[in-house]
Design a protein around this ligand. Structure first.
Ligand SMILES: Cc1cc2nc3c(=O)[nH]c(=O)nc-3n(C[C@H](O)[C@H](O)[C@H](O)COP(=O)(O)OP(=O)(O)OC[C@H]3O[C@@H](n4cnc5c(N)ncnc54)[C@H](O)[C@@H]3O)c2cc1C
Length: 380
C-alpha cells in the first residue's frame, strides 16, 4: 500500500503526523521537507534572544528521533518539485519520486522579499524557520544595531526580543501605527509606547529604498532622504502562503490552497492545512487554527471524515514590554469601546450587547479566558 505523504515538517506537518499516529500506528507514513527536519516551535523564534538561545537551543528533536516516534520515514533537504495527480506520485528534486495514497500539503508560508536596492542585500535577513534564525544570529555581532523592516506582529516581537537581548533596535515601517491590520489603534499605541520605553526607536510612515555597504555594517537610505547605519537588517514585511506546487498541479488556489472544512482540495486524495491552506475561505497564519485542522484531518485520514471547527481564535502578541492579546472581530465588526482596566486597557468590539472581538493590554490580558467564552466561534 502506498504511504500517506505529508509535505512539510513544520508545526502543521508534525502535529498532523502525531495526531494520526494516536489513531493508527501502522499505515505507512512519509514526511518530506526541504529544510533539515528538526522539530521546533516557530513562535519561539521571536523569543530566542531574550532567552539567549541559539538555533540548536530552540530545536526540540532531530528528524531521526521524530521518525522513530512517529513510525515514519522522513526525507530531509528534499524539495517536492511537482505533483503528478493522475499517477499519484511526487517528483522530487533529487530525481526520485514518491508515490502516495493520500497527500497532505503542509508547506507553510514564505517571506515576502523587501523591494529595496543597494549592494548589501546579503545583510538583509528574514527569520521564518530555524535555519533562518541560525543564520541571522551568526550574522549579528554581540550587542550590535539592528534595523527591522515592518511593524507587524513579527517585527514588533523581534524588536522586543532583540532589545531585551541587548541590541539597539530601530523599526522602520510605512504604516502610521504598529500592527495596523491586527490591533485597534489604542492597543497599537500602548505597544508602541511600551517598546519605546525599553529603548526601541520607531521610524514610522517611512520606508527603506536602499541598503548599501558601509565602513561598519550597512547604510540604509529612507524614502525621505534620511540615512541610518546598522549592523544588520531584519525584514519582517509579511508572509505569502506557498501555493505554487498546488497551483501548478491544477488545484484551486486563492490566497492559500483552497480546501473545504474537511481540509480536502477538489482532488479527493489531496489535502492541505497550516499556513499554506485557505480553509473554507479563511487563511489564518497562526498555531491555534492549524492544531484544530490537524486533529480533524487525522480523523479523516483514519477514515472518519471530520470537518474542522474554529472556536474563538485569540492571538497572543509576545511583546513583554506591553503584553497584548487580540481577537479580531470577523468581517466589518462592530464598534470599538476603550475601557481602562487595572494595569492596562480592555478594548471591546461590540455590536449592541454582543461581543465580537477584543484587545487586552498590560495586566488586563488576565481577562482573556472570561472574554473568550463570550466570543462567537470563528468557524462554528
Ligand atoms: C517569528 C514568528 C513568530 C510567530 N509567533 C506566533 C505566535 O506567537 N502564535 C501563533 O499562533 N503563531 C505564531 N506564528 C505563526 C506560526 O508559527 C505559524 O502559523 C506556524 O508555525 C506555521 O506552521 P506550518 O507548518 O504551516 O508552516 P512551516 O512551519 O513554515 O512549515 C512548512 C514546511 O513545509 C516545507 N516545504 C515547503 N515547501 C516544500 C516543498 N516544495 N518541498 C518540500 N518541503 C516543503 C518546509 O521545509 C517546512 O518544513 C509565528 C510566526 C513567526 C515567523
Amino acid at each position: 500500500m502506498d504511504p500517506i505523504v505529508i509535505v512539510g515538517t513544520g508545526l502543521a506537518g508534525y502535529t498532523l503526523a502525531r495526531e494520526f499516529r494516536k489513531l493508527d500506528s501502522q499505515t505507512p507514513l512519509v514526511l518530506i521537507t526541504s529544510d533539515d527536519g528538526r522539530n521546533y516551535s516557530k513562535p519561539m523564534l521571536s523569543t530566542g534572544f531574550a532567552k539567549n538561545k541559539d538555533a540548536d537551543g530552540l530545536a526540540m528533536q532531530s528528524p531521526e528521533v521524530m521518525a522513530e516516534q512517529l513510525n515514519a520515514r522522513i526525507l530531509t533537504s528534499i524539495q517536492v518539485n511537482s505533483i503528478d495527480r493522475a499517477g499519484k506520485r511526487l517528483l522530487l528534486n533529487n530525481g526520485l519520486e514518491e508515490a502516495y495514497s493520500k497527500l497532505v500539503l503542509a508547506q507553510g508560508a514564505e517571506t515576502i522579499k523587501p523591494p529595496v536596492g543597494g549592494d548589501a542585500l546579503d545583510k538583509v535577513f528574514s527569520v521564518n524557520d530555524l535555519q533562518d534564525y541560525g543564520k541571522f544570529r551568526k550574522a549579528l555581532p554581540e550587542s550590535g544595531k539592528v534595523a527591522i523592516l515592518g511593524a507587524g506582529l513579527i517585527g514588533c516581537e523581534f524588536a522586543n526580543d532583540l532589545r531585551t537581548g541587548g541590541y539597539e533596535v530601530t523599526v522602520i515601517a510605512p504604516s502610521s501605527s504598529v500592527m495596523p491590520g491586527l490591533l485597534p489603534s489604542a492597543a497599537a499605541d500602548a505597544v508602541k509606547t511600551g517598546l519605546t520605553e525599553i529603548g526601541v526607536e520607531f521610524y514610522l510612515e517611512q520606508y527603506v529604498t536602499e541598503v548599501n555597504q558601509a565602513d561598519n555594517g550597512v547604510s540604509l537610505t529612507l524614502d525621505n532622504g534620511n540615512a541610518l547605519e546598522v549592523d544588520v537588517v531584519l525584514s519582517a514585511i509579511g508572509l505569502r502562503p506557498r501555493t505554487a506546487l498546488a497551483g501548478e498541479s491544477g488545484l484551486k488556489v486563492n490566497k492559500g490552497i483552497c480546501v473545504n472544512r474537511a481540509l480536502a482540495t477538489e482532488d479527493s486524495n489531496i489535502y492541505a492545512l497550516g499556513d499554506c491552506a485557505e480553509v473554507d475561505g479563511l487563511n489564518l497564519l497562526y498555531v491555534m487554527p492549524l492544531m484544530a485542522c490537524a486533529r480533524a484531518l487525522a480523523k479523516t485520514l483514519y477514515g472518519d471524515e471530520t470537518s474542522v471547527i474554529y472556536g474563538a481564535m485569540p492571538v497572543t502578541v509576545k511583546t513583554p514590554a506591553c503584553p497584548v492579546i487580540v481577537s479580531p472581530p470577523a468581517g466589518n465588526g462592530g464598534e470599538w469601546q476603550i475601557e481602562n482596566a487595572e494595569g492596562g486597557l480592555r478594548i471591546l468590539n461590540k455590536k449592541g450587547d454582543k461581543l465580537l472581538g477584543y484587545a487586552l493590554t498590560g495586566s488586563a490580558v488576565s481577562e482573556r479566558m472570561k472574554l473568550n467564552k463570550l466570543l462567537p466561534a470563528v468557524m462554528p
